[in-house]
Ligand binder design. Structure first.
Ligand code: GSH
Length: 222
């Protein structure tokens, strides 16, 4: 069967989470770049695959899947079932899913409500409320890591892959992680991931773009 195709954009954090997985597992996946900022996710053709018009989107031989966290778990289950990144052990899987749900339902909206709004130009200043939300999101992550070195245990899982691109981007936008010692250590530990350096390059580009929109950067959070 032909390899699946991933529609992605190189600096998009959710797309980068899937790129990290592909690299880590050595999967053969065709990559097709789609620029959401140029409206390329809103074409009729793209929206037939993913009516929510978001990248990443996976096309596995006509099986279309959006949402990065769903793609992460699908790719492991379909192509490397039982891999330690998403083991077939109910309690381990549950702890990973817990982090993925926290990320999607709490961390990403709180943190991205601030960073994403400044990145897109929807906001031109960081209000006290935006700052408080972003800081609360970071404290929640720090608290998660009082249990383990990685987000769902002592080894990397797809939960870490999901969070890393957002944190790496924030660091390159000026966030100082030294106030969050566990998160800082985790960030360093993520160097073991095969796609880490490539992701850092994308994070650097996010940082440059962010400062072109909001020159003060994320230093206000420090
Ligand atoms: N929850 C989604 C978020 C995906 C998302 O918002 N992607 C952005 C790029 S970072 C996008 O494609 N936006 C284009 C649009 O909404 O039209 C996921 O994790 O996949």
């Amino acid at each position: 069967m032909p390899a699946p195709t991933l529609y992605y954009y190189p600096i998009s954090p959710p797309a980068r989470a899937v790129l990290l997985l592909i690299k880590e597992l050595g999967l053969t996946v065709n990559l097709k770049e789609v620029n959401p900022m140029a409206g390329e996710t809103r074409t009729e053709e793209f929206m037939r695959m993913n009516p929510e018009h978001t990248i990443p989107t996976l096309d596995d031989n006509g099986f279309y899947l959006g949402e990065s966290r769903a793609i992460l778990s699908y790719l492991v289950d379909a192509y490397r079932p039982g891999h330690t990144l998403y083991p077939n052990i109910p309690k381990e899987k549950a702890l990973i899913n817990r982090v993925l749900h926290h990320d999607l339902g709490s961390f990403y909206p709180k943190f991205n409500g601030t960073v994403g709004a400044l990145f897109s130009g929807a906001a031109t200043e960081m209000t006290e409320e935006m700052k408080a939300n972003a800081l609360k999101a970071l404290v929640d992550l720090e608290n998660y890591l009082t249990r383990n070195d990685f987000f769902a245990g002592e080894n990397p899982t797809i939960a870490d892959l999901s969070l890393l691109p957002t944190i790496a981007s924030a660091v390159h936008c000026g966030l100082d992680l030294s106030k969050y010692p566990r998160l800082n250590e985790w960030y360093e530990s993520c160097r073991v991931l095969k796609g880490y350096e490539e992701d850092q390059e994308a994070a650097r580009q996010v940082g440059e773009y962010f400062r072109s929109k909001f020159p003060a950067g994320l230093e206000a959070l420090n």
